[in-house]
Design a protein around this ligand. Structure first.
Ligand code: AMP
Length: 396
């Protein structure tokens, strides 16, 4: 059964086509600079990458191009083969705890959360509308980044601020990267043939978050009301003293929005290293002895290690620590730096096993108190699988 998995951004649209239950993608691609004169798209299929420069006025035009090329490139013999479309949606508030079949009515309900994810949610919904138009009658399913985390208890998702901020304005921890944490947790449970594991999942990419999961229930996660919270990231600061905001506004004459933008876009690896937000660039500079790159790496590793220690405590002893996403899957060096900083827990890596990139592997030593794994994430696949499952449940 062919299912499309979609991630629509404000000026981009990524797609992956699966033929479930096979887990390898048949085709994938990205439409970029939607709405701009120099828009283009690339499609990967059958070992080849095709690039086309076409003016993509809006998301609907991008989806029309995709539909045409899927047929013209013989990726599908007709559009009727596409039996479902799954969409990544950033924010479903506390209301959308699970994937949902999308209708005009449901889209309206999701739009209520646009103000909590203003950069992503409206764009995600533009993608949904474009596919509803292009493939009428085909099921569209929304899978929320926030969904998995909604099993958190109040004592973990509330901030110690006036309670009415929560009741009146929804100020609480929502958590993000939920689809990735859920995928990785599900996979490690399958691999270890145990559904009751206590796992610390470390999604460490350009954005980064950790999650403490016990028997499929999220106990806590490091991102918060927005994806700015938690560990330091490529360009985001992670947890800082909130008083810095007013102080820097007063010192610089910048508005709250401008300083918040600095915390989102000019901080983290980029802010400290002043070299790059990209972990590879910082790693290369650190290996050449650049002091600020070394400092940035040390700060990053320490902050991740601190969350691991706290989550191990919350889980009353984790069964496994799993590294995923760009840095987590690929950087043996960063994994080692992190695990070296949780030595007091008795966690140890096997350096030979840790020398792995982008594939599932146990990387801890035999005498490690907690088993450590690398496990590649695949949010696109989980979105497609969720779509198929809902399609079946609906008897569609
Ligand atoms: P993601 O957001 O999951 O796509 O991850 C992107 C991040 O992963 C970037 O900071 C990349 O520099 C980093 N990354 C990818 N490959 C490597 C690698 N081989 N070593 C270190 N970092 C990597």
């Amino acid at each position: 059964m062919k299912i499309l998995s979609i991630n629509a951004g404000s000026s981009s649209l990524k797609f992956t086509l699966f033929e479930l239950p096979k887990t390898d993608a048949i085709a994938s691609g990205v439409f970029e600079k939607i709405g701009l004169k120099d828009s283009f798209y690339t499609i990967k299929y059958d070992g080849e990458k095709t690039r086309k420069e076409v003016y993509l006025k809006d998301h609907s035009v991008a989806v029309e191009c995709l539909m045409k090329d899927l047929v013209d490139m013989h990726i599908v013999s007709s559009l009727a083969e596409i039996e479902g479309v799954g969409h990544r949606i950033l924010h479903g508030g506390a209301e959308f705890t699970k994937p949902v079949v999308l209708s005009e009515d449901v889209i309206e309900r999701i739009s209520k959360y646009n103000e909590l994810g203003p950069l992503h949610n409206p764009a995600n919904l533009l993608g949904v509308k474009a596919f509803m138009k292009a493939l009428p009658g085909v099921i569209n399913v929304g899978v929320f980044d926030t969904g998995f985390h909604q099993t958190m208890d109040e004592e973990h998702f509330l901030y110690p601020v006036p309670y009415e901020w929560y009741t009146n304005y929804g100020v609480r921890k929502y958590g993000f990267h939920g689809t990735s944490h859920r995928f990785v947790y599900g996979e490690i449970c399958k691999k270890l043939e145990n559904e009751e594991l206590k796992v610390i999942t470390c999604h460490i990419g350009n954005g980064a978050s950790l999650c403490a999961i016990d028997e499929g229930k999220v106990i806590d996660t490091s991102m918060g009301f927005t994806p700015l919270a938690g560990v330091m990231m490529g360009t985001r600061c992670g947890d800082i003293d909130p008083s810095i905001l007013e102080y820097v506004c007063n010192k610089t004459g910048k508005t709250i929005s401008e300083v918040t933008n600095d915390l989102n876009k000019k901080s983290g690896f980029l802010g400290i290293s002043e070299i790059s937000s990209d972990a590879r660039d910082v790693e290369n500079a650190a290996m050449e002895g650049n002091k600020m790159a070394i400092l940035a790496e040390n700060m990053y590793a320490q902050k991740i290690a601190n969350y691991i220690a706290v989550y191990n405590n919350m889980l009353n002893g984790a069964d496994a620590i799993v590294f995923t996403a760009g840095v987590g899957e690929n950087s043996a060096r960063m994994r080692k730096m992190v695990i070296d900083r949780v030595k007091s827990l008795g966690v140890k890596l096997d350096d030979n096993l840790n020398n792995v990139r982008g594939e599932y592997q146990k990387i801890s030593s035999e005498d490690s108190t907690i088993a450590v794994y690398v496990l590649p994430t695949n949010e696109e696949l989980l979105i497609a699988q969720d779509t198929l499952q809902l399609k079946r449940e609906m008897g569609d």
